[in-house]
Design a protein around this ligand. Structure first.
Ligand code: PGA
Length: 240
């Protein structure tokens, strides 16, 4: 793991945003794996600013998002589909046909998982996968479990995740299930960039980097990825 520590989330947004823009300029038809949540927002803001300044184009880029809530209309303001358009895609020249999400409203999670894996493979695989980390060490919605997961699947969210994300649901109860890429699909990405900011992530970050590799702390699997870069602010790195 390549660990990089920055002063604050603004500096990380700039560093990770630059990494993505440089890569898109190098490989304009690249495939990016994207994440939602509060963590990537400074990165997305930096990328949108670079696009507005004419320094990068996303017109041939394809994206695959990590996860989506179940039992929530795609157009609802809290869907990850809406999040991505609001925070990034609407500010870029990306082609909407090249933007991919798991269908949280599928009635056949296994078929949906196969469809997503095939769509990723048809594009040649994910070049760079962006990740956040949950307070319990989850990546995407891979919650602590007895075994590492494989391809995408439907998961019941844990109380820790519900507590962390229910603040965003002011009109309806937060969904209890999600469709998520599995650990196996995430590990296939050629490069992984994980961002963790804030003291609430310090314990999970310590386990991810210094602890044993265990499905009880899913992010610890990244110790076994050949090109995982971890961007931390000082608060998230405080227990290392
Ligand atoms: P956050 O979520 O960026 O909103 O903290 C990260 C995660 O749960 O993976």
């Amino acid at each position: 793991m390549d660990i990089r520590i920055f002063k604050n989330e603004a500096e990380i947004g700039q560093a990770v945003g630059k990494l993505f823009c440089d890569f898109v300029n190098e490989k304009p038809d690249c495939v990016l794996g994207l994440a939602t949540g509060a963590t990537p927002v400074p990165t997305y803001n930096f990328i949108a600013d670079q696009y507005a300044a004419g320094k990068v184009s996303f017109k041939d880029v394809s994206t695959f998002n990590l996860d989506e809530y179940c039992d929530l209309p795609k157009e609802h303001k809290n869907s990850y589909y809406s999040f991505m358009f609001e925070n990034l895609f609407s500010k870029l020249d990306i082609n909407a046909d090249n933007v991919n999400f798991l269908d949280g409203n599928t009635t056949d999670p296994e078929a949906e998982s196969a469809r997503y894996a095939e769509a990723i493979a048809a594009k040649g695989g994910i070049d760079i996968q962006l990740l956040g980390i949950g307070r319990n060490g989850h990546i995407a919605f891979n919650e602590p479990a007895d075994e590492f997961t494989g391809e995408s699947f439907k998961i019941a969210l844990t109380q820790s995740t519900i507590d962390a994300n229910s603040i965003y649901f002011d009109d309806i109860p937060m969904p209890r299930y999600a469709m998520t890429m599995g650990i196996g699909s995430i590990m296939k990405a050629r490069k992984i960039v994980l961002i963790a900011t804030g003291a609430s992530k310090a314990e999970a970050v310590k386990g991810m980097i210094k602890g044993e590799v265990t499905p009880q702390l899913p992010a610890s699997i990244l110790q076994q990825h050949q090109d995982a870069v971890i961007f931390l602010d000082e608060a998230a790195a405080s227990l290392l």
